[in-house]
Design a protein around this ligand. Structure first.
Ligand SMILES: [Zn+2]
Length: 573
């Protein structure tokens, strides 16, 4: 298979045209502009002989319209605020005493929660964070509202979500949506507010918070293009096309990169071993990954049988984003991940870290062996932005065309082409199962160290250790004969992803804030001495279920390895 160069003269103008067109569209899912963007994309694909399939998916959308804050004692002081997707809709406003939760960024041990709840009940809470698990905690404690002060100095206000449900909800999820209004201020106005709060020392300072949101089910388009290979196997490349405001670097640049990959690999379709499926998701921003979750639910069987890898593309091509970072599941061969980066930049990635909960990673229960995503960062990061290459403009009205660097976008295109070329053409998938097993073992050890001794992870450690020899054996056989042994390793990796990245079954999703290694056990961080008897009983139940779930998954992977070996080397007699 010939590695043919990306055609810069053809592809860069194609991408630039998309960026300029999308810059004129505010592509929040459910809007006319978002649908116009899909029409443009489908049209561009069609011009190059690619027929997109456009699925229609109903999504629960929550669109922030306005947020307001006023202080009746200081009628001249006024703030510019934004509310959050999935905040409560309170146009009539709530009024109450302010309380600054100086512990908002700290873990509160369970036996101090009652005292903390007593401080926030009935209060409009000012805090240095506004993550959805904190909002859940405030809601449970009976706080009136949350004012989140952004933690870095840019004046632009960021859009965000406080929705705790991953993607499309089920009936039991209904009660999880916040019932309190949430707003956010920039750092400067937040400091002014805190100064007034501190001046009032002792006497209550009253505030009024209003929010307006629009919530409902809207059908959104989900375009997918398939470039078939010689087998039914395929690689899924994806990017969300919805945006906050113009969202040129989040994520028009990702959409443009995916379009370029479609055009490039279409030209090689006849010789590719595997197919390339490219999806452009709706509902990333105002439905909390609703599009990718809907897709995982509707294409479950096909993904499980034929999809070998998911690469998510979010915010490439950003100004100043000189550093390349990779987020990967851990099952990937590091040499493979770095090869494409090195070929383009002369250096390996600055770092390779496990995938977090911040993207369309909706496929942990789908049976895929490989999942990774490209990230980039500036040389010096001075904003808290997790996206748009760390740029201060992320999720703001200033995410405009001038924030793109076409040379960096071209670099990012070349890196993705390098990864895809190997994935689409080489029989052995770039997997490193022994390294992943070792990583899981180390992560379990770290976790065990942090948990109460009552939560004994030794049986899980033992089960993982017991697979080392069989795994090494099959990995060696696979290196000699990939065709024959690959399915065994793919199955084992998919079982371990369920263990590492999920705490539930294949048909449900963890809440959006349950992340980290072995998320079902990350919520057991209190010691028995720090927990009330009621909480500790619940933690114990959680521990036994999660431990046995882990052992069950490991038993299944042991069986897969053993059966493969005994089929190949039947025992004598
Ligand atoms: Zn994004």
């Amino acid at each position: 298979m010939q590695h043919s160069e990306l055609n810069e003269q053809q592809l860069l103008p194609l991408m630039d045209e998309l960026l300029r067109r999308f810059a004129g569209l505010h592509r929040l899912s459910g809007s006319a502009d978002a649908e116009t963007a899909v029409e443009y994309l489908v049209d561009r694909l069609q011009q190059r002989g690619l027929q997109a399939r456009v699925d229609q998916c109903p999504l629960l959308l929550s669109n922030p319209l306005s947020g307001g804050l006023s202080l009746p004692d200081y009628p001249q002081w006024c703030a510019t605020a934004k509310t959050r997707s999935f905040s409560a809709h309170c146009p009539e406003g709530v009024e109450g005493a302010l309380f600054y939760d100086y512990r908002s960024m700290k873990r509160i041990p369970d036996n101090q929660l009652a005292q903390w709840s007593h401080q926030v009940i009935g209060k409009i809470v000012i805090a240095d964070q506004g993550l959805e698990d904190y909002v859940q905690r405030l809601d449970a404690a009976g706080a009136l509202a949350l004012i989140h002060i952004w933690g870095s100095a840019e004046s632009a206000l960021h859009e965000e979500t406080v929705g705790p449900v991953w993607g499309t909800p089920v009936p039991d999820d209904r009660k999880l949506y916040p019932s309190l209004p949430v707003i956010s201020l920039n750092q400067e106005q937040g400091r002014q507010l805190l100064a007034l709060y501190q001046q009032a020392s002792g006497r209550h300072l009253t505030a009024r918070v209003t929010t307006e949101l629009e919530r409902g089910v809207t059908t959104c388009s989900l375009p997918v293009v398939d470039i078939p290979g010689k087998t039914t196997e395929f690689v899924l490349l994806s990017s969300h096309y919805d945006s906050w405001h113009e969202g040129v670097t989040d994520n028009a640049t990702g959409n443009a990169l995916c379009l370029a990959m479609a055009v490039h690999f279409q030209q090689q379709a006849t010789s590719m071993k595997r197919g390339l499926r490219i999806a452009w998701w709706p509902g990333h921003s105002n439905a909390r990954y609703g599009g990718s979750t809907w897709y995982a639910d509707r294409y479950r069987r096909q993904l499980g049988t034929d999809c070998v890898a998911h690469i998510n593309v979010d915010s490439p091509g950003c100004r100043e984003a000189v550093k390349v970072v990779i987020n990967a599941s851990g099952a990937e061969d590091v040499a493979f991940l770095n090869r494409a980066v090195r070929q383009v930049t002369g250096q390996p990635a600055q770092r390779i870290a496990p995938l977090g909960k911040g993207g369309d990673q909706s496929f942990w229960g789908s049976g895929l062996p490989l999942h990774f995503a490209f990230r980039e960062e500036p040389a010096v990061k001075d904003a808290l932005s997790p996206g748009s290459g760390g740029g201060w403009w992320w999720h703001t009205e200033q995410d405009t065309y001038d924030k793109v660097d076409l040379a960096i976008l071209w670099r990012d295109c070349q890196i993705h082409e390098g990864w895809l070329f190997e994935l689409l053409n080489l029989t052995p998938l770039p997997m490193d199962p022994p390294r992943y097993r070792e990583q899981l073992y180390q992560e379990l050890l770290t976790l065990a160290d942090r948990l109460d001794p009552a939560f004994d992870l030794q049986p899980v450690l033992d089960a993982l250790a017991a697979q080392a020899a069989d795994l090494e054996h099959i990995t060696a056989l696979w290196q000699d004969d990939a065709q024959r042994w690959q399915a065994v390793l793919k199955e084992v990796l998919a079982l371990w992803h369920r263990l590492r990245y999920s705490s539930t079954d294949d048909f449900h999703y963890d809440r959006s804030y349950h992340g980290g290694a072995f998320p079902g056990m990350q919520i057991l961080l209190d010691r028995e001495s720090e927990a009330t008897p009621e909480t500790f009983l619940m933690m114990m139940t959680q521990f036994y279920r999660q431990r046995d779930r882990a052992l069950d998954l490991l038993m299944r992977s042991t069986k897969v390895l053993r059966q493969a070996l005994s089929a190949n080397y039947p025992s004598p007699g």
